[in-house]
Design a binder for this molecule. Structure first.
Ligand code: SAM
Length: 222
């Protein structure tokens, strides 16, 4: 297959993925438009490029995964981002959702605990031209980035036993934190926490999900 044929094929698959997301209830045109712009095949290992637009998670190394497109869309939509939003992402992984967030927000701070994944994500994001409003770091994202807080949205792409207190404290007033909460390998709920006041947090469940564990001082210990 020529490079042009391959690009056309991936564009067609991307359009089909967007149709699936719409059918599953993603209504934000801004989120769908951002997902239409990011070539997911560049964020998965080469041998899995053909599967890049299936609505599923895929392995990216170090026992980690790139999240399912529908879940990326759901979390991004729930975050309610605008062009001025400051976003903290915990779990850069492949960098795919970081790229999407960078198209919707003012600035994205993304933390990954695996050095190798963070390095590969940086290369992809740099190559794709996404780094102008993205700051990447390696470390324990359960502690957040207090020096950059407050954040209008915090998106955590790994499942913890509870919402980390450090992250709750770094939410701006009116800000939203989206994360899977539940057991490390069993049932989890995608949870949205909205900060309504200094000590006032509202919690709603969005969907049952299955994520890799959030490992850290305020996550699972390992
Ligand atoms: N959103 C990513 C993407 O688009 O590829 C997928 C993220 S993957 C499901 C979850 C990531 O969270 C993994 O890369 C894992 O190493 C990372 N992670 C787990 N605990 C973490 C922590 N405490 N701090 C930072 N990253 C963490």
């Amino acid at each position: 297959m020529s490079r042009d044929d391959d690009t056309d094929m991936q564009a067609k698959r991307r359009a089909e993925m967007l149709a699936v997301l719409r059918r599953r209830g993603i209504a934000s045109e801004a989120v769908l438009d951002a997902m239409a712009q990011v070539p997911r095949e560049r964020f998965v290992p080469d041998h899995l490029a053909e599967l890049a637009y299936e609505d599923g998670a895929l392995p990216i190394g170090d026992g980690q995964t790139i999240s399912q497109p529908y879940i990326v869309a759901l979390m991004t939509e729930a975050a309610g981002l605008g062009p001025e939003s400051r976003v903290l992402e915990v779990g850069t992984g492949s960098g795919y959702s970081t790229a999407i967030l960078s198209l919707l927000a003012g600035h994205v701070f993304s933390i990954e605990r695996h050095d190798t994944l963070a390095t590969a994500a940086r290369e992809r994001l740099e190559k794709g031209g996404y780094l102008d409003n993205v700051t990447l770091s390696v470390g324990d994202g359960t502690l957040g980035l207090p020096e950059q807080a407050p954040f209008d949205a915090i998106i955590i792409a790994a499942a913890g036993p509870r919402v980390p207190e450090a992250l709750r404290a770094q939410l701006a007033m009116g800000g939203r934190l989206i994360m899977p909460v539940g057991s490390a390998s069993g049932p989890q709920k995608l949870t949205c926490v909205t900060r309504d006041g200094e000590e006032n947090f509202r919690t709603e469940d969005l969907a049952p999900v299955s994520f890799v564990p959030l490992i850290g001082a305020q996550g699972w210990q390992r």
